[in-house]
Design a binder for this molecule. Structure first.
Ligand SMILES: *Cc1c(COP(=O)(O)O)cnc(C)c1O
Length: 362
């Protein structure tokens, strides 16, 4: 038994003194929120780092999805994936829309574009895929379906800061991408998120929705709410952003090491990319059976190693909040997938130890 538990992730945090240095500016300005200077600076730096035209920083990733739905004025059915965090679907429902579940591709773990068209009805208004574990969706196939049927596309890009497609940030795709800056994500502001769009007018609308529907003259010009990020959170984001490139490189190295150590194991399989490049922010392993997964969890827990069953269960089976729709691939994968610990301060020795525990199981 090691003394300290090893969790599936630990937040990436800049040195405390660098955060405190930024907080001094907040104490000096007395500005805590309301699109303050640090929020604006965070947005600017994110645009520079990721080469984005705009970034609207918001209170969390769930609100970012809701704001995207609101900004596009969607009412009706939204085709989405059941292999996701519950927030994707609760955001759809909070905005008065109906989630329609499209099954996933067992290789990429993303929505299967080949299965989308069969689900389109006269009430369909949008497609809302997730770049699962940072693995970019087949954005070209999705865009061509959306164009053909006149649908909007919102990406849940909660995992996807640092992921690319055709050399561009994956956040550039879709009518709007919604990302998360939650503590567990690759870049964090403790709680936070953002909406990204190429469309100038949509970008302005998102800013108004974030601020009670006010325009620059403080007239209320549309239905908004409070989606603001605070200066305290923005300061943390600015401190952490300086290390994003190091963190991305570290994740990639560790991901590749895990894969080297585990890829010869015939009972395991792994997520595959289609075209884009993932940010390697998670290390999911798919076991041959749920039984093997449970054995692995038991052995790891006995060594004080706490992996997570992401995403389990498949969201189409949450029948207390959604109407059940069959998605056999998502349900099957959900039962057999486990995310292993992967974070900045995780040592190479720990990775070897974790891989060894799994390899010696069978
Ligand atoms: C984290 C996450 C969200 C929600 O983000 P929050 O910032 O926690 O609200 C949405 N979708 C997915 C896939 C996530 O992992």
């Amino acid at each position: 038994m090691t003394d300290k538990p090893i969790f599936v992730t630990m937040p990436s945090l800049a040195p405390l003194d660098e955060y405190v240095e930024l907080l001094k500016q907040v104490w000096e300005s007395g500005i805590l929120t309301h699109n303050g200077p640090l929020v604006q600076e965070l947005e600017r730096q994110l645009c520079n780092t990721l080469n984005l035209p705009h970034f609207v920083a918001v209170a969390n990733g769930t609100i970012a999805i809701q704001m995207a739905i609101k900004a596009l004025q969607l009412k009706g059915e939204i085709i989405t994936t059941p292999f996701t965090w519950i927030a994707t679907v609760s955001a759809i429902q909070w905005e008065g829309c109906i989630p329609v579940f499209c099954d996933i591709d067992p290789q990429t773990l993303n929505i299967d574009p080949a299965k989308i068209e069969a689900l389109i009805t006269p009430d369909t208004v949008a497609i809302l895929p997730v770049h699962v574990f940072g693995n970019p969706c087949d954005v070209e196939a999705i865009e061509s379906i959306a164009k053909k049927h006149n649908l909007k596309v919102i990406y849940d890009a909660a995992h996807a800061i640092g992921s690319t497609y055709n050399g561009r940030s994956i956040l550039e795709y879709g009518d709007i991408s919604a990302t998360s800056l939650h503590a567990t994500k690759i870049l964090n502001t403790a709680e936070g998120g953002g909406c990204i769009t190429q469309d100038e007018q949509l970008n302005e609308k998102l800013k108004r929705i974030r601020f009670f529907g006010h325009n620059d003259q403080k007239d209320v010009v549309e239905e908004g709410f409070n989606g603001k990020l605070t200066e305290i959170h923005a300061a943390l984001g600015l401190a952490n952003l300086k290390y994003l490139h190091n963190i991305l490189a570290d994740r990639r190295e560790k991901y590749i090491l895990y894969l080297e150590l585990l890829s010869n194991n015939p009972k395991l399989s792994f997520q595959h990319s289609s075209k884009g490049e993932t940010n390697y922010s998670y290390f999911p392993v798919i076991f041959e059976s749920e039984n093997l997964l449970l054995k692995a969890v038991e052995q790891l827990n006995a060594q004080n190693i706490i992996p997570r069953r992401y995403f389990y269960p498949s969201v189409n089976t949450y029948t207390k909040i959604v109407e059940y729709q069959p998605c056999p691939i998502s349900v099957d994968i959900s039962r057999r997938i486990l995310c292993l610990p992967l974070y900045w301060s995780l040592s190479v020795d720990d990775i070897r130890r974790i891989a060894n525990i799994i390899n010696t199981l069978f």
